[in-house]
Design a protein around this ligand. Structure first.
Ligand code: CUA
Ligand code: CA
Length: 642
């Protein structure tokens, strides 16, 4: 046997046998040592798993995007502690764009230009307030139960910030820091106004907070975590201001919203209000807390709220002690499986599904029954649960195909399980013949979020499912100690699931959405008049006020309008640059050596930078973005006189 044949034979055997078992065991140890006994899951379900080497070899056909062909879908995904959002095409997996949000990006100039720094937030000295961010969830704005291509919203878990991305330019335009919140994790836009059904589009964004903190977090109660609290926040989507907050018992995690706008909910893994791991795993059940939006807003309107510290945001009390009467309560705590992670809304608008993580179950909550509880007509909160099937080990997030099936990621099993919601409800009612689990497919490895094409809308089309996996291990060529992660695309359109492709993901992929390409409307050229500081021939040039110099410059390939800029050492220099090119994709760059400046200006766009000219000498300002045959010659001279 020649060596290449032997190698491929070895690889086949590897895939077929040993490694999955090893990985499963190591993951189990990794997650848990501490997680105590996970209730058993039937071995036979796992053994029937589809996928693996042979299935992935067969699949793939019909999903290739040939050179020059366009993808059918956009995927908008979060980038974890890279702090950005990303756009990829599906099914090809081609990277289309990286959208800097909470991170500094020297290609675009994000965190370098005055405009981006104003959005990101600065300290008194003009430097950035934060250089770090941790994006987990990206969700689009809605109209009539589906995406309206206005905005994407994305969270920063580190500094509790919510960012908005304009979908026409796919650039961040607002960032807001939530007051008195730490560990802002889940977010979800509303889909309708809770009172006025005519407002059938997103006007609010709800934000869940994972970590308890002293309220206010000013140094008091440091040694008594039992007094700390967590707030659910509601942000006005248009103005990006916090409208109100609601204090809960326990913590929050991910967020889901109902299609009728009346309810929002967050899964709670720390109902124990504990400050350590053992404490957070003490209760047999945790909860999914529901918020009655109209009632909260009525309390705010009636002045029945408090404020915390220096924040002026109204805070409504959603703790159980203040909400004893369901008919007037603003919150409803529905018990679900232990330490749940994830809450997802079914596209038919009827159910929210919470997965157990430390329980091998998914809990199906009927929204009509939650509404009944809020009317005082349901005996207990738990009576809103209509199904709780055992689906596998370490269930996290659930996606939907619009045909009544749910797809839940199984972190410990390294699988995705397809199960039927109606069958689960029938089983819960006592039907012993109900076939809940339809199929399991291996993913590689340890999946976190999964999401289906249009799956978070009424237009869920059941075409593709993306599994965002936390470990790729042996799936790609090694690149040093840190392997890439995998985004695995699964075809869910047929009777059985097929693995279509392994796409690499730079650390660390979290949640995302898959949007039909016809839904997304972008613009390629800015409107120059959208920029109040646009430089035009009549205001171009250099002006000085004391030691402040303002350089107003234009770019048009292959020229900057000023061949030379003369300033004195110690001057504060602002350069405003407007790109007068109107041709699609004709972008220019502007780099200044020694002064740590680089940014781009897209067609008809204006950006500015401000810096202190503290080094005498000649500095070539040059174009960094390939624009013209004379791109290298596109330069200007910054002359700083001693
Ligand atoms: Cu302008 Cu390169
Ligand atoms: Ca718990």
């Amino acid at each position: 046997m020649d060596s290449s044949k032997k190698a491929s034979k070895d690889l086949e055997q590897d895939v077929a046998s040993g490694r999955r078992g090893f990985l499963g065991k190591s993951a189990m140890l990794g997650l848990a040592g501490a997680t105590l006994a996970l209730a058993g899951c039937k071995e036979e379900d796992g053994a029937k798993a589809a996928g693996g080497a042979s299935a992935s070899a067969k699949a793939g056909s019909g999903h290739e995007i040939a050179p020059g062909q366009l993808d059918a879908y956009y995927a908008f995904i979060s980038a974890g502690h890279g702090g950005e959002a990303r756009v990829i095409g599906l099914p090809s997996g081609r990277t289309l764009k990286r959208i800097p949000v909470f991170n500094v990006d020297c290609m675009v100039g994000w965190g370098i230009t005055n405009e981006s720094k104003a959005i990101m937030g600065t300290k008194a000295d003009g430097s950035l307030k934060y250089m770090t961010g941790d994006t987990h969830h990206v969700h689009g704005s809605y109209k009539d139960g589906t995406y309206d291509s206005r905005w994407l919203f994305v969270n920063d878990k580190i500094h509790s910030r919510l960012a908005r991305i304009r979908m026409d330019t796919m650039e961040c335009d607002k960032i807001l820091e939530l007051p008195n919140v730490m560990g802002f994790h889940g977010l979800f836009p509303d889909k309708c106004d809770p009172v006025d059904a005519k407002i059938n589009y997103t006007t609010r964004v709800f934000c869940g907070a994972e970590f308890h903190i002293p309220l206010p977090n000013d140094g008091h109660d440091l040694n008594d975590p039992s007094k700390w609290g967590a707030l659910f926040s509601c942000v006005n989507a248009a103005t990006m201001e916090v409208m109100w907050q609601c204090r809960v018992d326990g913590n929050m995690d991910l967020v889901a919203t109902s299609y009728d706008g009346k309810l929002a909910a967050s899964n709670q893994y720390n109902t124990e209000n504990a400050a350590d791991l053992t404490g957070m795993m003490a209760a047999e059940r945790d909860a999914c807390v529901f918020f009655d939006i109209a009632r909260i807003e009525a309390l705010v309107k009636a002045g029945k709220f408090t404020t915390i510290g220096t924040s002026k945001v109204p805070v409504v009390d959603g703790r159980k002690a203040a909400n004893g009467d369901p008919a007037r309560a603003v919150t409803c705590y529905v018990p679900v499986g232990k330490n749940p992670h994830g809450v997802n809304a079914s596209p038919d608008g009827k159910y929210f599904v919470c997965s157990g993580k430390l329980s091998p179950t998914a809990t199906v909550i009927d929204l009509a029954l939650v509404a009944k509880w809020f009317k005082g007509e349901l005996k207990t909160e738990r009576d809103a649960v209509v199904a709780e099937p055992e689906i596998g080990l370490g269930p996290l997030h659930t996606a939907f195909d619009g045909k009544g099936n749910a797809y839940t990621s199984l972190f410990l099993d390294s699988q995705c399980v397809k199960w039927n919601v109606d069958a689960a409800i029938a089983q819960f009612k006592g039907d012993k013949n109900a076939k809940v689990i339809i199929e399991k497919i291996d993913v590689h490895y340890q999946p976190g979020h999964n999401y289906a094409s249009m799956g978070e809308t009424r237009e869920a089309d059941g075409r593709y499912l993306n599994s965002g996996n936390k470990f790729s291990k042996d799936r790609f060529l090694p690149v040093g100690p840190l392997h890439p992660e995998t985004e695995q695309l699964i075809d869910i359109s047929g009777a059985s699931m097929h693995l279509v492709a392994d796409h690499t993901a730079y650390s660390e992929p979290h949640d995302g959405i898959i949007v039909r390409r016809d839904v997304v409307k972008t613009r390629q050229i800015y409107n120059m008049d959208d920029f109040p500081n646009a430089v035009k021939p009549d205001n171009a040039g250099i002006t000085r006020q004391g030691n402040k110099v303002h350089v107003r410059m234009m770019s048009q390939a292959p020229n900057y309008s000023l061949p030379e800029i003369k300033v004195k050492k110690g001057d504060e220099v602002t350069i405003t640059l407007t790109n007068h090119d109107k041709v699609e994709d004709l972008t220019h760059g502007c780099a200044i050596p020694t002064y740590n400046i680089n940014f781009i200006v897209n067609p008809q766009e204006t950006k500015s930078v401000t810096f202190k000219a503290d080094h005498a000498g000649a500095y070539w300002i040059y174009c960094t973005h390939f624009c013209h045959a004379l791109h290298l010659e596109m330069r200007s001279r910054l002359l700083v006189e001693a």
